[in-house]
Design a protein around this ligand. Structure first.
Ligand SMILES: Cc1ncc(COP(=O)(O)O)c(C=O)c1O
Length: 402
């Protein structure tokens, strides 16, 4: 048989793939970029922006990179757990220094918070193929693919009512009362994405109580620690529920609070009921991570380690994080002061809030005002500058008044 005819007859493996819709947020960013209006406003983007509209490399990160350039002696493999010193430092940041000696909590480095969420979901599915996780809606759109593709069943409940801009706390607690012992609940540790609506401390206490009483397993997504109320304050809820739980998972990201997004820097922590069980879990996590990324990327974690080990760099990192927080808070206050219907924005945390807009109103903002945000009404507060915040608020009010 001639070579040409064999190739022609070969089954077309990839021809059976169905086209996938492109990421709507990426499409939005492209649309905003292509808009020629000089005063357009892009609040769809999901990264921190400074007053000049840039996403700068933090001072301490730049200094740590210089140190690494001069002192790093090898790029040899580190192993599936990543950098153990980074993991230990992160354990202190997430759970507090008092938890460092808690051998029931094990951790490993992951490619960003996404890697931690996916690995956690794989561990859950491996441990129990019938596992269910309760997920408040709306949630970060990537939660469903990351957790669902591992095969873990997701049970939705209402977390936030967009129309009244309030957390559906009673509905959330009812859902947790329905969960069976050993079932999981997904919680945003702080700076809820996409709504900005965080539980207050009383509410966290109530969640911790139900977790303890009903034997639930919290899976906390802590992707914005330090960008809400402060580094310690943003971990309070996570610490309360983990303390109350016999078993728990925490997916942590350094990508936002160190501003190292593309370096993919995160960690997954799991609390087990005993030290022996924790060791077994770590072994399973290392096995699972080997089937996905083998070993996590190093650079972001090495940078975070250098920053956290050097008292001066650590202090400067915390100071710059505070500056970022202050900018977020100041923009929130200015929006809130503009119109009573925006007042709720001042009480929310992190980069995102969700506006009570219909998708037609979101389109109207885009077409008539050159304002780009996700169809859900989620917008990035720090996508605004000192100059654009008033124009943004005025356009919102105009659209809301119809
Ligand atoms: C709620 C939430 N969790 C996790 C992540 C993942 O972060 P990373 O970029 O570190 O993978 C993000 C990123 O946008 C997020 O918003």
């Amino acid at each position: 048989m001639a070579e040409g005819s064999r190739v022609a007859e070969a089954p077309k493996l990839f021809d059976h793939l169905e086209a996938q819709a492109s990421d709507s947020l990426l499409a939005l960013i492209a649309m905003a970029k292509a808009d020629p209006r000089p005063d357009k406003i892009d609040v769809g983007v999901g990264v921190y922006r400074d007053a000049a509209g840039g996403t700068p490399i933090l001072r301490a990160v730049k200094a740590a990179e210089r140190i690494l350039l001069e002192t790093q002696e090898t790029k040899s493999y580190l192993g599936s757990q990543g950098d153990p010193r980074f993991v230990e430092l992160m354990k202190g940041i997430v759970f507090g220094q008092g938890a460092l000696s808690d051998e029931r909590i094990i951790g490993l480095q992951t490619p960003g918070g996404c890697g931690a969420l996916r690995l956690g979901a794989d561990l859950i599915e491996k441990a129990d193929q019938d596992a269910r996780i309760f997920v408040g809606q709306p949630t970060w759109p990537n939660h469903a693919p990351l957790i669902g593709c591992a095969g873990v069943e997701m049970v939705d409940y209402c977390y936030y009512d967009k129309a009244t801009t309030t957390i559906c706390f009673d509905q959330m607690m009812d859902a947790f009362e329905q969960a069976r012992a050993g079932e999981l609940i997904l919680l945003h540790g702080c700076c809820h994405n996409p709504t900005g609506a965080d539980l207050n401390l009383d509410q966290w206490h109530a969640v911790a109580e139900v977790v303890s009483r009903r034997g639930l397993v919290p899976f906390v997504d802590l992707a914005y620690q330090g960008l809400g109320r402060g580094l310690e304050e943003d971990a309070e809820g996570t610490r309360l529920v983990v303390e109350a739980a016999d078993q728990a998972l925490v997916a942590h990201s350094c990508d936002k609070n160190f501003g190292v997004y593309r370096e993919r820097t995160g960690s997954l922590f799991v609390k087990a009921s005993t030290r022996q069980a924790a060791e077994v879990i770590l072994g399973n996590l290392l096995g699972l991570s080997r089937t996905m990324w083998s070993m996590p990327p190093d650079h972001g974690a090495a940078v975070a380690r250098v920053v956290l080990e050097d008292p001066e760099l650590r202090a400067d990192w915390r100071a710059e994080l505070q500056e970022m927080c202050a900018r977020i808070r100041s923009l929130r206050s200015r929006l809130a002061a503009y119109d009573p219907r925006l007042a709720y924005i001042a009480d929310q945390n992190g980069m995102f809030s969700m506006l009570p807009l219909s998708s037609d109103e979101v389109v109207a903002l885009r077409e008539s005002h050159g304002i780009y945000m996700a169809n859900s009404g989620r917008f990035n507060v720090v996508g605004l500058s000192d100059e654009s915040v008033e124009r943004f608020a005025a356009a919102l009010v105009e659209v809301m008044d119809g």
